[in-house]
Design a binder for this molecule. Structure first.
Ligand code: B12
Length: 351
């Protein structure tokens, strides 16, 4: 690891270690600036505000660690969209980031405040009301299936969601296309609907649960390669709750001839290491959605490498916008989606 990377990691660790204190300080400062507004808040709303600030700090740390300020810009744009959709004032986000910057500067002293200031300033400059979203043309072959599937999962109608997907399969669509163009894209749309405050979090949960129910039924319809490629484990990391992407990767690898153990996600790392000892895989696939999970995946990869000679491939939302994130956490490879994953894994396995 270069000195620069070591310095960035050190800075990110200091920032992460300070997140709870910073959140408390920022809330106290905002409270003292607007005592009436804050007095009207319930204890729950106050706790919520504090949690949001810890998220800001975690994303800031991830962006600093990877040396990619655009990741924090993306985060600031995303937070702006989420808050605007709920009628909340973006001035609060700006102030909380400014206060968080001041609290971090006090804590860090001379250590890396230049990088911190620059990344924060870039993020703050991206806080803005989102433009009206332009309607996008939705003309691919599975557009209608996706739209019907989305409606079914948002209503929690398992039978309807199942029928829609099976009809598309019976029309000759490959399972991998259904996974990506129907399941994945419909879930991304669920995320956008939640982001715009058009559905409550309960609908997001129900839609995901319904989609996962139908996804498990696709297992019997997966094509099976006659190759025997070896053993693989697919898992998420501790603290990460998103697991549909990992589930799909497990199915894909099994379909491509791997003997797969799928561990789900949010698993204590000791448990993942035990599973590796028992299954003795040649390949470990790790799925990470939240940028805040980066330290967790780095720790997991370090622990795996201490005792096991395996190839490690990562994927998921945390790496998508980053050029080098997967290398920084110590993985051997990265695939942005299901379609590219089989190829990346085959290349890794034969290297
Ligand atoms: C479902 C969902 C949840 C569910 C997850 C339940 C479950 N059982 O998985 C719940 C409700 C628990 C949840 C919680 C949260 N979520 Co959420 N969630 C989603 C949602 C709507 C769908 C995720 C999904 O299943 N996508 C479909 C899969 C197939 O896509 P994928 O993961 O990208 O996987 C593909 C590739 O990335 C790749 N891949 C993935 N893993 C791997 C691994 C390997 C080895 C390889 C090679 C490739 C690979 O291949 C896959 C197939 O092509 C997304 C929206 C989105 N854009 O993803 C938000 C989203 C990810 N969530 C978000 C947020 C903010 C949260 C919460 C903080 C708050 C909330 N909404 O409740 C918490 C955080 C929890 C935590 N600590 O992890 C944000 C993240 C924003 C950001 N800035 O990063 C998103 C983008 C929603 C949004 N638009 O705001 N969430």
């Amino acid at each position: 690891m270069t000195n620069d990377a070591l310095h960035r990691r050190h800075l990110a660790e200091l920032v992460r270690a300070a997140k709870d204190d910073v959140a408390e300080l920022v809330v106290a400062r905002m409270e003292s600036e607007h005592p009436k507004r804050w007095a009207a808040l319930t204890a729950g709303a106050r706790a919520h505000a504090r949690t949001d600030i810890t998220y800001h700090v975690e994303f800031l740390a991830g962006s600093l660690e990877l040396g990619e300020p655009h990741l924090f810009e993306d985060y600031a744009r995303w937070a702006s969209r989420v808050l605007s959709a709920r009628g909340l004032d973006l001035g609060g986000l700006r102030t909380s980031l400014e206060h968080a910057g001041a609290a971090l500067r006090d804590r860090l002293g001379a250590t890396g405040t230049r990088d911190l200031d620059a990344t924060l300033a870039q993020g703050i400059a991206c806080i803005a009301e989102p433009p009206e979203s332009a309607a996008t043309a939705d003309e691919d072959a599975l557009a209608l299936t996706r739209s019907l599937f989305l409606q079914a999962i948002l209503r929690g109608e398992r039978q309807a969601a199942h029928n829609v997907v099976m009809e598309a399969r019976d029309r000759g669509h490959a399972v991998i296309d259904l996974y990506v163009d129907v399941f994945q894209e419909a879930l991304y749309e669920v995320g956008r609907l939640w982001e715009r405050n058009e559905i409550p979090v309960a609908s997001e949960h129900m839609a995901t649960a319904t989609a996962q129910f139908v996804l498990t039924q696709m297992y019997d319809h997966l094509p099976r390669s006659s190759e025997r490629r070896g053993r693989a484990i697919v898992t998420g990391v501790q603290g990460e709750q998103h697991q549909v992407g990992a589930y799909m990767i497990a199915d894909l690898l099994e379909s491509d001839g791997w003997s797969v153990r799928f561990l789900g996600t949010n698993m204590p790392h000791a448990g993942i290491l035990t599973a590796i000892e028992e299954h003795e895989p040649e390949l470990v696939g790790i799925s990470v959605t939240m940028l805040g999970s980066l330290p967790s995946v780095r720790d997991l990869i370090d622990s795996i490498r201490r005792d096991h000679d395996v190839r490690i491939v990562v994927g998921g939302g945390a790496f998508r916008a980053s050029t080098d994130g997967w290398r920084m956490v110590g993985a051997d490879g990265y695939a942005p989606d299901l379609r590219s994953a089989a190829e990346v894994v085959r290349r890794l396995a034969s290297a």
